[in-house]
Write a protein that binds this ligand. Sequence first.
Ligand code: ADP
Length: 214
Amino acid sequence: MIIELTKRQELILQIVKDHGPITGENIAERLNLTRATLRPDLSILTMSGYLDARPRVGYFYAGRPASSVIIERLHKLLVNDYKALPIVVHESASVYDAIVQLFLEDVGTLYVVNQKGYLAGVVSRKDLLRASMGNKALESIPVSIIMTRMPNIVTCHSQDTLLDAAQKLINFQIDSLPVVRNSEEDAGGYELLGRITKTTIAKAFVELGKETNV
Ligand code: ADP
């Protein structure tokens, strides 16, 4: 259970940390409240794992519950620490070349770059399949014709949280997000730093689970 502690609950925790084991009666006295007023707070703190209660002894501080540690860690995971290398193809490359690249690199999406090396578009498996259906001249069609192009590319930045990136994958129903940095020389130019994919998110999820074994 994840809870946002109230001021009073924080005070109770501090008292138990400093003076535990301590009875409910004693805590109430220190706060100038009745035992009855305090009861709901004490049961919330006990149920959520912050406090341990022993009959006839009183309350002990049990530490932060694992659930709250996990949630805090989750919100701190950054794109920068999980991004994979971007797999790129030049905008003049053919659809055929892109398909070969996709297999060689074992990825589902390629990022298309322009002359300057800036992000120009994205080609996914389905884009390539669509272009291949009933089309024999795959070597003569440039990927730039079939790609999803800027400015319609959904991107993320190194300092974004992984949680925000995952939310974008879901909102836009896509498999991958290019990690970009705005070029210092060219306004509007996006340098490619990496990629975040559904696999990245799955890996982080498993890692987090292992790290915080309870
Ligand atoms: P697939 O087509 O292999 O299922 P996606 O679901 O990622 O892969 O792609 C769906 C469509 O969205 C494709 O047309 C692709 O070009 C486009 N697309 C993929 N990634 C992005 C992105 N980051 N921003 C905008 N469009 C994207």
